[in-house]
Design a protein around this ligand. Structure first.
Ligand code: PAF
Length: 282
């Protein structure tokens, strides 16, 4: 596996593959890789001839109060994991390479509606940062396919919308969330949990399951979501939001909707955890 920092070298390698007619799948990440990321690489390998991953801790998607300096950086261990998973090329640009004019002078991509609510509301500017960097990375890597984890369900919908709205010739593949046996979704943020918080954190996925079951026989979606939020708080977390939504538009679900997703975020100690569960009603 090659690790490439410079855009010109990346383009050179990608051009060689394109000339050979090879299909390229891309897995963008911010590093600190866990089994959830490796599942993306494994999926990418199944659907393409070459797999490109990127590690870039994107300053544009961090809010003013979020400490990008503390974001875990584990490059050597990440390279080892990607190599073992069969990744062909790792792109590791610096912020100066991605944003040579600085963040203030950078053109941006913003997706309306799906990026406005939930995490978009709790983290203003976050999705603008995500779509801008993903658009830029797509233009650099020019993949046929890109793989994203469903743990970040809203992010997947935002990126899918960007690709459709801007006619990008890229297939987005969403890969199932990888969980610990406790049900806790794997996330780099789990590193912030101490032992006691690690025991509390599974209450998030447990209450998603409870809610998914409850809405099968009761269409008081708002009342049931409030009850789940209160259960999560009683367990020792602080619920940011929990909403039952239409699975594609992410609008609050109506009682006629059948394909739903429950989206939730909760603070557990220093970590802000997100999770979701899709539900198909009969
Ligand atoms: O999901 C992430 O790790 C990031 O939001 C992404 C897609 C790599 C963009 O920086």
């Amino acid at each position: 596996m090659q690790t490439i920092e410079q855009i010109s070298n990346l383009r050179g390698e990608i051009n060689l593959w394109r000339q050979q007619g090879l299909k390229i799948a891309f897995v963008p990440t911010m590093g600190n890789l866990h089994q959830g990321h490796i599942a993306l690489v494994e999926k990418a390998k199944l659907v393409a001839d070459k797999v490109v991953a990127s590690i870039f801790v994107n300053p544009m998607q961090f809010g003013a109060t979020e400490d990008i300096g503390n974001y875990p950086r584990t490059m050597a261990a990440d390279q080892e994991k990607l190599l073992t998973a069969g990744c062909d090329l790792l792109f590791t640009p610096t912020p100066a390479i991605i944003y040579p004019k600085g963040l203030d002078q950078q053109s941006y991509v913003e997706v309306p509606n799906v990026s406005q609510y939930y995490c978009g509301e709790s983290r203003p500017g976050h999705f603008r940062g995500v779509t801008t960097v993903v658009c830029k990375l797509f233009n650099l890597v020019q993949p046929d396919i890109a793989c994203f984890g469903l743990k970040d369900y809203q992010q997947v919908q935002v990126i899918q919308t960007m690709v459709e709205d801007l006619s990008m010739p890229i297939e987005i593949i969403a890969v199932e969330t990888v969980r610990e046996t406790s049900g806790l979704a794997l996330s780099s943020r789990n590193n912030y949990l101490n032992k006691a918080e690690k025991n509390i954190a599974p209450a998030l996925s447990q209450n998603l399951k409870w809610l998914a079951q409850a809405i099968r026989s009761n269409n008081d979606f708002v009342g049931l979501a409030q009850k789940a939020a209160s259960n999560i708080n009683i367990a020792g977390m602080k619920t940011d939001y929990i909403h039952i939504c239409h699975a594609r538009t992410l609008q609050p679900a109506s009682i006629d909707d059948k394909e739903l997703v429950i989206l939730a975020a909760a603070h557990c100690g220093k970590a802000r955890l997100i999770d979701n569960l899709r539900v198909t009603l009969a």
